[in-house]
Design a protein around this ligand. Structure first.
Ligand SMILES: [Zn+2]
Length: 214
């Protein structure tokens, strides 16, 4: 239903933009017409560009990859971001609080903790889970565990923090890259796109064409 509404909205915008183009370039088009070039040639190519953009939005993998170095830069401490669990599609908000080898984060509120609890069937564990994290309108592949450990924040009913890993990030103990986390990051990259709406995919295409870190 949302897609139908969006397409209708998008159709009206296309008509408006094309009308504007035709209005602005009317004198040139009339001139071109006298030189045996129809204004509808231009209309056709405009529609073709719009159609190609639409196809790209539907076919391109909308998920980005980040090395730990890149993630550490664009996901600063105290930043609040949205997470999508790849297994269930559930969304909740988290806050990064620490982390120099990977990100240490907490659910932002009690409601976010409850969402995380429902995702893991009430059993926190060290199992690695594929997740997407949203930063600046883009979605990136990552991996987390859910067992609360160490320091946390007050008021979210989550006694500690959990870890979020990116490509080449390292664990606390042993300071090694964890193969299971890396596997879940790959899973998030390959399967996470199924949870994004058409609007989210379209926005990613518009803001990141050509410059998604990979
Ligand atoms: Zn950690």
């Amino acid at each position: 239903m949302r897609v139908v509404l969006f397409l209708r909205y998008y159709f009206y915008i296309c008509i408006f933009v094309l009308s504007l183009i035709l209005f602005v370039y009317q004198p040139k088009l009339v001139l071109a017409d006298t030189q045996t070039q129809s204004p509808f040639d231009s209309l056709g190519s405009q529609l073709e560009i719009l159609f190609n953009n639409y196809q790209n939005a539907m076919e391109q993998n909308p998920i980005g990859l980040l090395t730990w170095e890149q993630a550490n830069e664009i996901f600063p401490r105290h930043a609040e971001i949205e997470v999508i669990d790849v297994e269930t599609g559930s969304r909740f908000t988290i806050q990064r609080i620490y982390g120099s080898l990977h990100a240490d984060a907490v659910p932002s509120t009690t409601i976010d903790t409850q969402t995380l609890q429902s995702i893991v069937d009430g059993k926190y564990s060290w199992d690695r889970r594929a997740i997407l994290i949203q930063l600046d309108g883009r979605y990136y592949a990552a991996s987390m565990n859910s067992t609360p450990h160490g320091n946390g924040i007050e008021g979210n009913e989550y006694p500690g923090h959990f870890c979020i890993h990116f490509i080449d990030s390292k664990t606390h103990g042993g300071q090694a890259v964890c193969p299971q986390h890396q596997q879940q990051i790959q899973k998030a990259y390959e399967q996470g796109g199924q949870w994004l709406s058409f609007e989210e995919k379209w926005d990613i295409l518009m803001i990141s064409e050509g410059d998604v870190p990979s």
